[in-house]
Write a protein that binds this ligand. Structure first.
Ligand code: FES
Length: 163
C-alpha cells in the first residue's frame, strides 16, 4: 500500500479548531469533515478530536465505529461493493465476490496497493429484486455476473490510468 502522508495531532487540532467550536455536539460533523478531507479517519485526527472536544478518545472511536460511513483505513479511489444478502447469494454473488477478489488481489474489506479500489461485501442493500446486486461508487447495478463486474472494474482502471 502506498504511504499516506500523515498529519500530526497538533495540525489536525488546529484544523478542527478553525472550523468547529469545542462542543461535544460537533463530534459527528467533525468526523465527517475529517473523512471528507482525508478519505478516512487517521488515528491522529481522532486524538485531536477528543482533545478539542475534551471528551475521551474511546467516545470518539465508539461513535465513529457505530456509523458505517466512517472508515479507519485509507480507501481506494473506487469502491466496489458486492451484496452478500440471501437473494443475491442464491443468484451467485458468492462467485462474483471471490472472482473480483482474485481480480483485484484483495479480500473484501481490502484496498489495492495502487489505492484504486476498495472491495467490500455487505448484507442486503435493499434491491433484492435486482439480484445479484453490485454497488460501484454508490451506483446500484442489478442482474450482475462475474463478467459484467470484471468489465466494469477493468473500465474503471483504464479510465483512472488514462487521467
Ligand atoms: S440480498 Fe442483495 S439486495 Fe437484497
Amino acid at each position: 500500500m502506498e504511504d499516506v502522508p500523515s498529519v500530526s495531532v497538533v495540525d489536525w487540532r488546529r484544523q478542527i479548531a478553525g472550523q468547529f467550536a469545542s462542543r461535544p455536539e460537533y463530534l459527528i460533523p467533525i468526523l465527517q469533515s475529517i473523512q471528507e478531507d482525508a478519505g478516512f479517519l487517521p488515528p491522529e485526527s481522532m486524538v485531536a478530536t477528543a482533545r478539542h472536544l475534551r471528551i475521551p478518545e474511546s467516545k470518539v472511536y465508539g461513535v465513529a465505529s457505530f456509523y458505517a460511513q466512517f472508515n479507519f483505513e485509507p480507501q481506494g479511489e473506487h469502491r466496489v461493493t458486492i451484496c452478500r444478502g440471501t437473494a443475491c447469494h442464491v443468484k451467485g454473488s458468492g462467485r462474483i465476490e471471490s472472482e473480483i477478489s482474485d481480480q483485484l488481489g484483495v479480500p473484501p474489506g481490502g484496498t489495492t496497493g495502487d489505492m484504486l479500489f476498495t472491495l467490500e461485501a455487505v448484507a442486503c442493500v435493499g434491491a433484492c429484486a435486482l439480484a445479484p446486486v453490485v454497488v460501484i461508487n454508490g451506483e446500484v447495478f442489478g442482474d450482475q455476473s462475474v463478467d459484467s463486474v470484471k468489465q466494469a472494474v477493468d473500465k474503471l482502471r483504464e479510465d483512472s490510468t488514462e487521467e
